[in-house]
Ligand binder design. Sequence first.
Ligand code: 4AD
Ligand code: MG
Length: 520
Amino acid sequence: MEDVKTTEISKTAKNAVWIADLSKHENESVCVQAWISNKRSGKGLFFLELRDGTGFCQSVMDLNNVGEEIFENCKQLTLSSSLRVFGKVVKDDRQIGGYEVQIDNIDIIQIVDNYPISNKEHGIEFLMEKRHLWLRSKRQWAIMRIRSRVKYAIHTFFQEKGFVQTDTPIFTGSACEGTTTLFETDYYGEPAYLSQSGQLYGEATAMALGKIYTFGPTFRAEKSKTRRHLSEFWMIEPEMAFYDLDMNMDLIEEFVRYIVTDIYEHYRFELEILERDLTLFENIGKEFPRITYDDAIKILKGDKDVEGKNAIKTLENDLVEVKAQIIECNKDIDEREAAIAAGGMKKGAINFNKNKIDVLKNKIKQLEEKERNIPQWLESAKNFKHGEDLGGSDETVITRLFSTPVMVYNWPKDIKAFYMKRNEENPDYVKGVDMLAPEGFGEIVGGAERETDHDLLVERIKAHDLPMEAFEWYLDLRKFGTVPHAGFGLGFERLIMWLTNVSHIRETIPFPRYYGRLFP
Ligand code: 4AD
Ligand code: MG
């Protein structure tokens, strides 16, 4: 492998421009430092799609312009090879990013042999193994950019409202969200748990600073592979003194609407790359329905309709539709395979059809997964017993009926955390709220008004079999100036999953940690 002469790089880099800034250099001659993300050739022409991290752009090399030697040189370029391109920037709305570079010369930094990720379809396990390279692909690029922007929007939202960002410990001595998902570590000979949530500490800092939010990593040992659970994920947890459940729900709604609007206004190009249906963004101004747990169960079981849609009937229709689509895809594959086998097809057309077949096969896999899931969802919905917690599939069934996020509040106390405030009218219920994202995504936010009464809290800690010593400091908050307060936790990766419409949470974080994966 050939190494790079660094002094030369720094010399040229001074005059180089980033792809994101090409619009400022229209009709100028520039140097772009980039990798090849796609390459096509025509008669006496090469079309190199470049990416430099800030964006993508098309560049064209014309034999008549550059001459034999440079043109020959270009032939060696492969996917992900790195280079500098010198040429003129011209506006061209048909091209990605809206500009094209007409090449005068190139300076190759490294030619790559056998880049493992081609522009064809790959299996998901393979891509996860190559996550460090997969991040370079256009879809992943778009997801990571949205992730970064959402982080910015979250901080902006809270900072502008006068919230103070406070950090909470990662090593903790107590469980916040139940003892089944704790990761235990050795803390100088004592057991310590990786934080499941910063909430309890957030409550303490809210009593000192009024309105706070945390934004930190949280850990849960989720010993099963689901499409919405990570072992390590990031959570935003605002906590507000003098807030009740209604004010908490108002804030959740305003907050989520702010983020969705921000992405819609500023990251449209990324949403286009992801082929994100924009209906969600168009509907986000509508009020988010607030329904009780009891009503949510009625909807789930088909005893109550939403906007004229019935959960059970919708599922039954979907199953019919999925089966029809599978037949359709198989037919398409058969036709394409027969056309290839018949012979006489040009090489380009064969490759095109083969790739289409791979795409169709992947689509069938997804449809078959739905074909397996829907009967299970139906079963789970029909047999759901009042008082149980909503499972992932139940949330999917409910939220597919809604066009905006929906808030479910007033939960049975036995399925919720110890710190939630009891409902004065019916002490079997607590003032918790979950925000479920529409289109089948399900829970993104979990929050509550907090129990303020010292003795009731002691009772709840005992009922949950939690060690009292670990909560002594927390109980102090109820002894020394207890006030009504509330807060919530928003799962950052769940939010990104929903905004980008990816079907699995592992694509929403650069290097996901989930059951069975620690590398790369
Ligand atoms: O509903 P949860 O468990 O609530 C709490 O932790 C509260 N202490 C929050 C608070 O009131 N301050 O978790 C909050 C959110 C969920 O709604 C979900 O979006 C996300 O965190 N979440 C996960 N995301 C990815 N992987 C997991 N394993 C997750 N578990 C929860
Ligand atoms: Mg929850």
